[in-house]
Design a protein around this ligand. Structure first.
Ligand code: ADE
Length: 355
């Protein structure tokens, strides 16, 4: 899998060697070292054309903060998608970790091929309408003579499901934003099946909505995705979260293939599917007076599995009752599950669960 990240803070992802930073350590670092995943980190400012490398401007319609410029993002995406080295016929195959994570200072403009050309054709957005030769931080909103922004971006609500929209480019653009669709284990699984993910890290008030609109119009799959109901200073931390969730699902990345399907949320349909994982223990058997639950020492695998599911049910009911309601609605609870939940004080009959 190839992963491109476009950001105004490339240093966030560590040195170009991949020796440090969140993408260079642990399972992901090893996957990169093996060449299972190739990271390409790009500084958005290299596509800014003015002397100040301006990437933002004041919002049409007024309001606080700044909006990232469509023309700069358009040029960045065109260049990345027309990079011939990303084609499977001409794969970039760095031999070692040091090359697996590259921090590009320039991706050449397209002379491109095939589907990439569709995105690399001359652009119409923003090129003439964007205030030019302006100070790095103009203090006034664009004038009424310029094209108005008709409405705020429609945010994540219009984002297609990950499987429904094939991308003519063979790549998927992921834009982390608090107004995106929720990132989930299912979405992580879907992304793990992609050949090429491109992450666009927004800062300030976000990216001009026409970038997503235009990229979709050119046939590329685009998701605007939120990692939770809180607002970060930018998309970089969200990219690290998403990349980690996706890369651990790549074949061979987890040592124990079973572990992914038995995770909390267990996307693979294992016994923990739809549940939070229960407590886990290791040696010593007794620690500061706390004993490991005896069933785990019994060697009775059926009893252990049942106990683990019971614990997962109790924990999920306490911490995420919404997940239990979803399981119940989808016929995901058997009679024993229901008995465990009732015993734990969680109502599982239809009427009371609705609330
Ligand atoms: N950028 C800022 N906040 C975010 C969030 N909650 N999820 C994804 N991207 C973000």
């Amino acid at each position: 899998m190839r992963i491109d990240v476009v950001t105004i803070f490339p240093e966030y992802f560590g040195p170009a060697s991949g020796a440090g930073g969140p993408l260079g350590v642990s399972l992901i670092g090893k996957a990169a070292a093996r060449g299972d995943v190739n990271f390409h980190i790009h500084d958005l400012r290299q596509w800014a054309t003015d002397v100040h490398h301006t990437v933002d401007d004041t919002p049409f319609g007024g309001g606080p903060g700044m909006v990232m410029k469509a023309d700069v993002w358009g040029a960045a995406l065109d260049a990345i998608l027309s990079d011939k080295s990303r084609s499977p016929a001409n794969p970039s195959t760095p031999p070692a970790a040091a090359a697996s994570t590259s921090c590009s200072s320039a991706v050449e403009p397209s002379t491109g091929s095939s589907a990439a050309d569709a995105l690399a054709t001359p652009r119409s957005i923003g090129d003439s309408a964007t205030p030019s030769a302006s100070p790095a931080r103009p203090s006034t909103a664009p004038s009424a003579a310029e094209p108005p922004s008709l409405s705020p971006p429609s945010a994540g609500s219009a984002a297609p499901s990950t499987s429904a929209v094939p991308s003519v480019t063979g790549a998927r653009l992921v834009v982390p934003t608090p107004s995106g669709v929720p990132f989930s284990q299912e979405r992580a699984l879907a992304y793990a099946g992609e050949r090429h993910l491109v992450f666009a890290c927004g800062r300030y008030e976000g990216i001009d909505a026409r970038v997503v609109e235009d990229t979709r119009a050119r046939g590329m799959a685009v998701d605007e995705v939120s990692i939770g109901d809180y607002v970060l200073a930018g998309g970089e931390a969200a990219v690290v979260v998403i990349v980690e969730a996706v890369c651990r699902l790549l074949p061979g990345v987890l040592g124990n293939e079973r572990s992914a399907s038995d995770d909390s949320f267990g996307g693979g349909g294992g016994s923990m599917h739809g549940l939070l994982e229960g407590p886990v223990y290791t040696r010593p058997r007794a620690w500061r007076g706390h004993e490991v639950p005896p069933v785990l020492l019994s060697g009775d695998h059926a009893a252990i599995s049942r106990w683990q599911r019971d614990e997962a049910l109790r924990r999920t009911a306490e911490r995420r009752p919404d997940l239990i309601r979803r399981l119940a609605a989808g016929d995901g609870l058997d009679a024993r599950d229901r008995a465990v939940l009732i015993q734990a004080g969680f109502p599982v009959d239809g009427e009371s669960m609705a609330h």
